[in-house]
Design a protein around this ligand. Structure first.
Ligand code: GCO
Ligand code: CA
Length: 257
């Protein structure tokens, strides 16, 4: 009889969650900590990072702080070297950091396009590469890239975000292609319309709010804590034979017309 014991237990594992001083990243970091993981919290704002780390520590969790902007490659490599020196191994990487920019393409400056792609997609490659370099010798690792509904479908006025999230889906498969044989499982989560700071303008827009509730079979926005099950699953032994997948946590939106 196979036992399910330990399939979802992250005790002894350390998880780096980018963009985790607030929003979905902070919620996922809390969930991973509650499943037993030590957390490496990341943000680019020192005050917010320290405050968020303090909150998690107050809840009894082990938290390290890694202050870096995910578009700053030098800061990323310095952060990993700092972890190396402390003997802290990143067993689980959640590439969550991202920005949104809502503007029609004809009005979009190329520099604005580049900033979104750099922050949302290139960062996942750079940080993924640094993590994988250290996971490969250990013969194991978990990478969870945060995609979106927009990994699969587009909406007008958010082209760079959409392209970056489509890229996240394919980067996840590229990671699988090269790293699955090394014992790494790389997967993605596609959040649907969740109640977050990034979406507050949409939530406050009655027409958009009505559209989301009508278009989503569950007839509601998602809550950040509703991503925790998927991120724990993809970070735990339970998903050791799952690779290159995207799990949409979207209330059924992508399943229906
Ligand atoms: C938008 C939103 C969406 C959601 C999310 C869905 O402007 O339509 O920002 O992109 O936030 O990404 O997965
Ligand atoms: Ca704990």
């Amino acid at each position: 009889m196979t036992t399910t014991k330990g399939l979802f237990d992250l005790t002894g594992r350390t998880a780096l969650v980018t963009g985790s001083s607030r929003g979905l990243g902070n919620s996922m970091a809390r969930g991973l900590a509650e499943a037993g993981a030590a957390i490496i919290l990341n943000g680019s704002n020192p005050d917010r990072l320290t405050a968020s780390a303090g909150e998690l520590r107050a809840e009894g969790h082990t938290v390290h702080e890694a202050l870096f902007d995910v578009t700053d490659e030098a800061a990323i490599t310095a952060a990993f070297e700092n972890l190396d020196r402390q003997g802290i191994a990143v067993d689980i990487l959640v590439n969550n950091a991202g920005i949104q920019l809502r503007k029609p393409m004809v009005d979009l400056a190329t520099e604005e396009w580049r900033r979104v792609i750099e922050t949302n997609l290139t960062s996942a490659f750079v940080i993924g590469r640094e993590a994988a370099k250290r996971m490969i010798p250990r013969g194991q690792g978990k990478i969870v890239n945060i995609g979106s509904l927009m990994s699969d479908v587009a909406r007008a006025t958010i082209a760079p975000y959409t392209v970056s999230k489509g890229g996240i889906k394919m980067l996840t498969k590229a990671m699988t292609a090269e790293w699955a044989e090394k014992g790494i499982q790389a997967n993605a989560i596609g959040p649907g319309y969740m109640v977050t700071d990034m979406n507050q303008a949409l939530i406050d827009n009655p027409a958009f709010d009505t559209w989301v509730k009508g278009r989503t079979p569950s007839r509601r926005w998602g809550r950040p804590d509703e991503l925790i099950g998927a991120v724990v699953f993809l970070s735990a032994p339970a998903s050791n034979y799952v690779n290159g997948q995207i799990i949409h946590v979207d209330g059924g939106m992508l399943a229906v017309l």
